[in-house]
Ligand binder design. Structure first.
Ligand code: UDP
Length: 325
């Protein structure tokens, strides 16, 4: 298929673009390079530098015609979204509307969208299945949910076939592609920077959560397992339908468990300091992943936390300054 990957210079988009190329698809990456890295765009992909907020540029990029779009480009930092919600409504919602407009204009019939477990807010129970009511607690989750709703309307009104994958916490690395954000806010890369010595210590945000060890619990999924779900989703898109799948392993690990696993995997000392909760962070987010397993045939190949941290560690050691090296 001829596919457009928005955000294909980012952490997840670049890995999925590589997987799609390896599967024989023709791939064009569209990225503003605002937060992505040119070096992350896989060899063999066409590259278009454009902002999704620039509607004429998006229209021009889509004019060549595509069989499908995988839409990763987004702002994705909870704390930033709490401080500057307008940036998220514009950068995620308006930008996605421009993309849907261009897709409709140019007859693109399939969409896979990077949604998030943040749309569920602070659910009373885990694991979280797809019927749990959506109730985002920050502008990031609000903006992603708004896009999900926009997509549902587009499917009903104009026959688009779309799949939203609601990611839990993606981590790990895949070959030359790894996680490098500026600034870095994600737990696993920060822990590994502390292990490498490029960071003095890592913070534990919140030790008073209602969890067994008092720290927050997340469902960490390997980037390669998460990536493979996208090709399945593309095949599973059905005209006029918006299908939603949670995407995680179904097992939760606390912040302390992640740090302990990183100590074991790296054999290094990792200094951790206890701090207050980070605003907007729910206590527990763990996926019920039965629907994607049953309906799309997805199964994780690397569900083990030590493997996820180990692959990330290998990448960080090979790229101590991320894509800047
Ligand atoms: N976290 C932490 N210290 C850090 C960064 C994150 O304790 O320096 C915690 C955060 O509060 C959350 C978990 O680690 O409970 C995962 O956070 P991350 O930013 O990696 O992903 P998020 O769940 O926010 O998408």
């Amino acid at each position: 298929m001829k596919l457009l990957v928005t955000g294909g210079a980012g952490y997840i988009g670049s890995v999925v673009a590589r997987q799609l190329l390896d599967a024989g698809h023709e791939v064009t990456v569209l990225d503003s390079l605002d937060r992505g890295h040119r070096a992350a765009v896989p060899e063999g992909a066409e590259f278009v530098q454009a902002e999704l907020l620039d509607a004429p540029a998006v229209d021009a990029a889509l004019a060549g015609g595509f069989d499908g779009v995988l839409h990763f480009a987004a702002l994705a930092l909870v704390a930033e979204s709490v401080a500057n919600p307008e940036r998220y409504w514009r950068g995620n919602v308006v930008a996605s509307l421009n993309l849907l407009d261009a897709m409709r204009t140019h007859g693109v019939k399939r969409l896979v969208f990077s949604s998030t477990c943040a749309v569920y807010g602070e659910p009373a129970e885990v694991p979280i299945h797809e019927e749990v009511p959506t109730a985002p607690v920050n502008a990031y989750g609000q903006s992603k949910l708004a896009v999900d709703r926009m997509i549902a309307d587009e499917c009903r009104a104009h026959g688009l076939g779309a799949v939203s994958l609601r990611y839990f916490n993606v981590a790990g690395a895949s070959g030359a592609c790894g996680e490098h954000h500026e600034p870095e806010t994600h737990l696993i890369p920060l822990v590994l920077q502390a292990a490498m010595g490029t960071r003095e210590q890592v913070s534990i945000f919140g030790t008073d959560y209602p969890t067994p060890d008092g720290t927050a619990i997340r469902d960490y999924i390997h980037i390669e397992d998460l990536g493979r779900a996208h090709a399945l989703a593309l095949d599973g898109a059905r005209e006029g339908e918006h299908r939603i799948f949670n995407l995680g392993n179904g097992t939760g690990f606390s912040v302390r468990e992640v740090i302990e696993t990183a100590r074991e995997v790296t054999g290094r000392e990792i200094r951790a300091v206890e701090e207050a909760r980070r605003p907007g962070d729910p206590p527990q987010l763990v996926a019920a992943s039965q629907r994607i397993r049953d309906e799309l045939g997805w199964t994780p190949e690397k569900p083990d936390l030590a493997t996820i941290v180990g692959d990330a560690w290998a990448w960080h050691q090979a790229h101590p300054h991320g894509y800047a090296s």
